[in-house]
Write a protein that binds this ligand. Structure first.
Ligand code: SAT
Ligand code: MN
Length: 590
């Protein structure tokens, strides 16, 4: 006898706290209907088909890109808007000079005005989600309410969304509230507000990426960094990758680079043929939650379940894993298309774009065919190098933390911090050229401490103090390194090939962690000598490696002065230990 399917409790009745909040959001925004997200595949397929029918999504060539779709965002809405992103804490000092601040009362009133009646005639989607493996004590939950079906689809890929998340919330109560509306997509009526003291996010007027997928930067970095400080852990803008050496030892490394600086590529690195025996396993490509473990090590989970990666430049040579992964079940945003409806982007070696990212006939004079910040959204489990430990509720133990930026000069290919405290200074001093991931000028160098400048939900001075405290409690703290894949020669040419060859640098780091590799002391930290790097099969211009591993004391003295000015702008909240480390560096530079 067939057993009847168990009767499921309607989602709207699972958690009183969630239901009450959804009801208040409904009363404020007045949608035509409310739809709770179960998180099933059928639901995802049904929603996608509906959006194709409504003309919001384009179905791509089913033979070459099965189950792939294209979404074109409003041309004024193509990146994060840092100047419209606020941290609203009772005390302005708690948000710090690194954030835009608004008084919470004023911000609430402003947002109430914007949200009032804004969903009339639209569907309100309620998306309960879990950041991190559903059964991990390190995971945290949230609920996003949105009137964008595109955002709902993205959240279903990027998080563990639906019933299981809501059951977890119903079981232990806490969740981050995220209210989102695309509004009229008017850049003059666009705000991304965070209320960390109330674990609440309110976002209006944008439907793109980090502005709108509230589980990502808003929750997993800005709100989580605040939660992490009070709970004794770290929420970081880091990829997590497992590296198995030819001897069979696996180490995990977490690396912080600014947006659009190659985190996804490094997380899925393909070892060069000349370094046989290495295996690479991706745990995460953007965000790491790092918790001190009972064994004195730092343990990491990736709170996300998918990748929202930069498309241009992805090809079989730069990132074969990503290239394979995005050939099915992928949602593309703002790429171009070919005559036979295949997605196209700059950096692909074949195909011809006929329609640009705005849906216009492609004309080279009008700029690139795909938007430089065009993205793919795809489930992490589709990645051929997805780590078998990515879903481990304990996380993975971290051997090394790596900071990096995009800098044409000054920073060498790699150096190691003298100790944790120096490592925190190295992280706090990161500088990088800006990219298309955020609205604004591209290519200007700015300080981007720990690659968290746009994402730290509180005063950087308090954040660095927290980093120092976490490290002081770790009996087996990871080593800390700094890398720069983007150094150039006098003619502007990149000195380092990057991509798979970055493994040579990571391998040196791991040998340092196990005490097997040498390093030479310099004023700024420890550097490999040319002979310490495995260069088998590497072709580099004459003198390139020497240039990559050189530290110019004159340039660095100027850098130290810049760093000091920057750190001192945090005033009396700045941990003095960082200035002491900086003086130490200055002394050693001579
Ligand atoms: O737009 S996102 O914040 O999701 C991507 C990024 O800037 O890293
Ligand atoms: Mn990012």
């Amino acid at each position: 006898m067939a057993t009847a399917a168990p009767l499921l409790i309607p989602l709207s009745q699972l958690s009183r706290a969630v239901t009450d909040w959804v009801e208040s959001a409904r009363a404020l925004t007045q949608p035509a209907g409310v739809r709770w997200c179960e998180g099933t595949e059928e639901e995802f397929r049904e929603l996608t088909s509906r959006l194709v029918r409504d003309g919001e999504l384009v179905k791509l060539n089913a033979e070459h890109f099965p189950d792939c779709h294209l979404y074109r965002s409003n041309p004024s809405d193509v990146a994060r808007v840092e100047h419209l992103t606020y941290i609203c804490t009772a005390s302005r000092q708690d948000a710090g000079p690194n954030n835009n601040w608004m008084d919470p009362k004023e911000a609430r009133a402003k947002m109430r005005g914007l949200f009032s009646g804004c969903m009339r005639g639209r569907t309100m989607y309620v998306i309960p989600y879990c950041m991190g493996p559903i059964d991990s004590p390190l995971s945290r939950c949230g609920v996003e309410i949105t009137d964008s079906a595109y955002v709902a689809l993205n959240m279903m890929v990027m998080t563990r969304a639906g019933r299981a998340a809501l059951e977890r919330i119903a079981g232990n109560g806490g969740f981050v509230r995220g209210l989102h509306s695309i509004g009229e997509l008017d850049p003059n009526r666009r705000f991304i507000m965070h209320f960390p003291e109330e674990l609440t996010i309110e976002s209006f007027g944008s439907g793109y990426g980090g502005n709108a997928l509230l589980g990502k930067k808003c929750h997993a970095l800005r709100i989580a960094s605040w939660q992490a400080r009070s709970e004794g852990w770290l929420a970081e803008h880091m990829l997590i990758v497992g590296l198995q050496s030819p001897k069979g030892e696996t180490h995990y490394v977490a690396c912080a680079f600014p947006s659009a600086c190659g985190k996804t590529n490094l997380a899925m690195l393909i070892p060069p043929a000349s370094l046989p025996g290495w295996k690479v396993f991706t745990v995460g490509d953007d965000i790491a939650w790092l918790h001190p473990g009972p064994d004195g090590r730092l343990w990491a989970i990736n709170p996300e379940a998918g990748y929202f990666g930069v498309v241009p430049g992805t090809n079989p040579e730069t990132n074969r894993n990503a290239y394979e992964m995005i050939r099915r079940d992928t949602l593309f945003t703002n790429v171009a298309v070919t005559a036979d409806n295949q997605p196209w982007w700059e950096g692909l070696s074949h195909g011809t774009p006929v329609t640009d990212w705005q849906g216009r006939p492609y004309e080279p004079a009008k700029g690139p065919a795909a938007h430089p910040n065009s993205r793919f959204t795809v489930a992490a489990r589709r990645n051929p190098s997805y780590s078998p430990h990515a879903e481990d509720p304990r996380g993975v133990p971290i051997s090394a933390l790596v900071f990096g930026g995009r800098r044409r000069e000054v920073a060498p290919l790699v150096y190691e911090a003298r100790n944790w405290q120096h490592g925190v200074l190295v992280g706090a001093s990161v500088a990088s050229e800006t990219t298309a991931a955020a609205v604004g000028q591209v290519g200007v160098v700015r300080r981007d401490p720990m690659a968290m400048q746009p994402f730290c939900g509180y005063n950087f001075a308090d954040y660095w103090r927290h980093w120092l405290e976490v490290g002081s409690k770790l009996a087996r703290a990871p080593k800390i390194f700094h890398v720069n894949w983007f150094r150039r020669d006098a003619h502007g040419k990149f000195l380092w090939p990057g991509f798979g060859d970055n493994l040579r640098v990571l391998a040196w780091m791991l040998d340092r962690c196990s005490g097997r590799a040498d390093a030479a002391a310099s004023g700024i930290g420890l550097l490999p000598r040319v002979q310490d790097l495995d260069t088998r099969g590497l072709s580099l211009d004459e003198g390139a490696l020497r240039a990559l591993l050189s530290v110019d004391p004159a340039l660095w003295r100027k850098e130290v002065a810049d760093i000091r000015t920057y750190l001192q702008s945090y005033g009396s909240r700045l941990p003095q230990a960082l200035l002491a480390e900086l003086e130490n560096t200055e002394r050693q530079l001579g």
